[in-house]
Design a binder for this molecule. Structure first.
Ligand SMILES: *Cc1c(COP(=O)(O)O)cnc(C)c1O
Length: 230
């Protein structure tokens, strides 16, 4: 394990768990309603295994190529792998084999290809729609004003299981500044839920810098890289 020792990894995971609990407590939520997705994009397979051995079961990777290389030795079957980075349509084929959740569905052509790949395998693939809430130009994600047709398309895709929404907040010094971004994602989810009559339970929002605020605003999944892996 190159980057980090087991003891320090254990301490970091414990600290993150405590922060999750504290933030959930603060707003009367249960920490068990918040899933920690360990973003392992900067570490090797061995370090992922160590994190697994310390109790983590959800891992996030942002590049299909890296995941292919690392998962040449697959993670244990009770792991859930989340794709959290931009997905090129021509890599959807690999992505569907490597990941159990695709969090970064942001356009109709990608949803269409994922539907095709999932159908071919006879599975129903859990997906999230990534939303560019803050409208940052360089960031991936569907614009809030474009989301309805995309959501409808996914709902009508037999082999896609729309679970909810994901967003990446802008990088700021004070996490309080991005509270409105998280709140808007939750409101958008609430609106889509009542329009469609479907349950969209997942809100994947919050990273190392801002996850306590995201939990206060309703995050069910926080994607934590640096706080766990350094
Ligand atoms: C890298 C990454 C994270 C984790 O970021 P940290 O600041 O290291 O916690 C979360 N979400 C996405 C989409 C990422 O690319």
């Amino acid at each position: 394990m190159s980057q980090i020792t087991i003891a320090s990894l254990q301490g970091r995971i414990e600290a993150v768990r405590e922060s999750v609990e504290f933030a959930a407590d603060h707003v009367g939520r249960s920490a068990s309603d918040v899933t920690i997705v360990a973003v392992s994009k900067t570490v090797d397979r061995e370090t992922m295994q160590a994190a697994y051995d310390l109790g983590l079961r959800h891992f996030g990777e942002n590049r299909v190529q890296d995941a292919r290389r690392k998962l040449a030795e697959p993670m244990p079957v009770d792991c859930t792998m989340h794709l959290i980075g931009q997905l090129q349509t021509n890599k959807a084929n690999y992505a569907v084999d490597l990941f159990q959740v695709i969090e970064s569905v942001d356009r109709p052509s990608l949803a269409e290809e994922l539907e095709k790949q999932a159908a071919r395998r006879g599975i129903r693939l859990p997906v999230l729609v990534q939303v560019n809430v803050a409208g940052e130009e360089q960031k991936a994600g569907c614009a809030p004003e474009d989301i309805d047709p995309l959501v409808n398309q996914i709902i009508w895709s037999e082999h896609l299981d729309l679970r909810g929404l994901m967003t990446i907040a802008p990088l700021v010094d004070d996490a309080e500044d991005v509270r409105p971004v998280f709140r808007r994602l939750r409101e958008l989810r609430d609106r889509l839920q009542s329009d469609s009559g479907l349950e969209l339970p997942v809100l994947s929002m919050g990273m190392t810098n801002d996850f306590p605020v995201a939990i206060e605003e309703g995050a069910t999944h926080v994607r934590i890289g640096r706080a766990i892996f350094g």
